[in-house]
Design a protein around this ligand. Structure first.
Ligand code: AMP
Ligand code: GLY
Length: 434
């Protein structure tokens, strides 16, 4: 079977890597892909939102499965485009239609949905330019810190955690009056700050049945000790020590099942991955956000822990048989460290030659590309903020982290930066439990 994967990050490289291990996989294409996907698949130079060209490519190359890694394509309706055209309907699309993608595409929509279906989440209010003054009054009376979120997609940059009223006022004004995020910031969700440790939970669902995938913890801040600006994600750990059966049963009963019931009641079809960003507050899960695709870098940590064939999993999705699917999970720990460009998440330079990629990686270590490209002369150079994700598997988190750190050190370029403390809070959690 020929497959087309949509996206260009470490997540899509990991998806291509995992799919390439399946005996059902024939040709694998990635649009637009990166220098890493080019080594195991064929890159296709088509924009992820040029549905007409993607559909033409899918027809010409006999694509049977479309796996959408990136949210923008889903929010703009790639799954609707394929579902609405008879000549494309035989293609199995992994990714929800526009209606379902609203769970990620609009924070206001997702907050209303959470509230309506009684799913635990932070208290909130939504403001627009018209209700700016009410927003200011709300912020004056709100405890701090407070969280402000641009309603629409803002590439992970639309969330501000304000420590005091002045910061909150500046953020609200930036979004509503100065159009800082364009249309994405024309509505702003203001919500209560939740204390706790975060967790990313993932399911694959047909809107009714689901398979719970391994969970992961992402490290979003640029600096060690979780300091500094938010990034797309600097590293990940899977499994997460506090996500034991008792906690995950709460996630199933209080979050996943009511979410699927809510989608059904709203008449919203859903076929694909759903990523639920959770806060563990005193042992109880609260939803921070929904995403309608897998996480990046979480994917680079969770796919190496899935032993089952992804084709079989996607086939079960389309045959509505996920309820019986026995997912085989590797009990080992996987940890991922993202190597990023100097200056990221602020301004950074591209085009730096990457060294150390040819060196054989130690056993049980994987290297996924994100912002990389190959020059005409064959060099692999940096082409983005997040550049290379290194994943290592180990008997426990400590061993996996040691291996991932050792491998990360070997891959270098001018200005490359990474966090050497991935997993620090989970080590602390484990130490406190002893
Ligand atoms: P989001 O884009 O909604 O995932 O927000 C980005 C990051 O901001 C999250 O991963 C959290 O670290 C943080 N965050 C978002 N909402 C809250 C909240 N209500 N309380 C505490 N932290 C939050
Ligand atoms: N790692 C968080 C995300 O993919 O949104």
């Amino acid at each position: 079977m020929n497959v087309l994967i949509i996206g260009a990050g470490g997540r899509e490289h990991a998806l291509a890597w995992k799919i390439s291990q399946s005996p059902y996989a024939e040709r694998i294409f990635v649009a637009p892909g990166n220098a890493g996907t080019a080594q195991i698949a064929t890159n296709v130079d088509i924009s992820i939102t040029d549905f007409e060209e993607l559909a033409k490519f899918a027809t010409d190359f006999n694509i049977m499965m479309l796996v959408v890694g990136q949210e923008a394509a889903l929010v703009e309706g790639i799954a609707d485009y394929f579902a609405e055209r008879e000549y494309l309907q035989h293609i199995l699309v992994v990714g929800p239609r526009r209606a379902g993608a609203q769970l990620e595409g609009s924070k206001d929509f997702s907050k209303q949905f959470l509230l309506k279906y009684g799913i635990p989440t932070a208290r909130y209010e939504t403001f627009t330019a018209e209700t700016f003054d009410q927003g200011i009054a709300y912020l004056q009376n709100h405890p701090y810190p407070v969280v402000l979120k641009a309603d629409g997609l803002a590439a992970g940059k639309g969330v501000v955690i304000a420590q005091n009223f002045e910061e909150a006022r500046a953020a609200l004004s930036g979004m509503l009056q100065q159009n800082q995020f364009g249309a994405a910031g024309s509505k702003v969700v203001v919500e209560e700050f939740l204390q706790g440790i975060e967790l990313s939970a993932f399911i694959l669902t047909d809107g009714k049945e689901y398979v719970l995938l391994p969970e992961a913890k992402d490290y979003k801040r640029i600096g060690e000790g979780d300091a500094g600006l938010n990034t797309g994600g600097m590293g990940a750990v899977s499994p997460v020590p506090f996500a034991d059966d008792a906690f995950m049963n709460k996630v199933r009963q209080r979050v996943i099942e009511p979410t699927l019931q809510g989608l059904q009641q709203e008449g919203i079809p859903y076929t694909g991955f759903l990523f639920i960003g959770l806060m563990n507050t005193n042992g109880d899960p609260y939803v921070i956000e929904y995403n309608v695709r897998l996480g990046d870098p979480e994917t680079e940590a969770i796919l190496p822990r899935i032993n089952s064939d992804l084709f079989e999993l996607f086939k079960a999705l389309h045959d509505h048989e996920l309820g019986q699917f026995q997912l085989e999970i590797d009990p080992r720990s996987a940890t991922t460290i993202f190597l990023v460009s100097g200056g990221y998440p602020g301004d950074y330079e591209k085009g730096k030659e990457i060294h150390g990629l040819q060196t054989a990686l130690p056993e049980n270590t994987l290297c996924f590309h994100a912002g990389t490209k190959q020059t005409h002369s064959g060099q692999i150079v940096t082409d983005g903020g997040r550049v290379i994700a290194v994943t290592a598997l180990g008997q426990d988190m400590e061993e996996a982290l040691e291996k991932a750190n050792a491998a990360a050190e070997q891959i270098t370029w001018e200005g490359r930066n990474y966090r050497r403390d991935i997993g620090f809070d989970l080590k602390q959690y484990l130490a406190e439990r002893l």
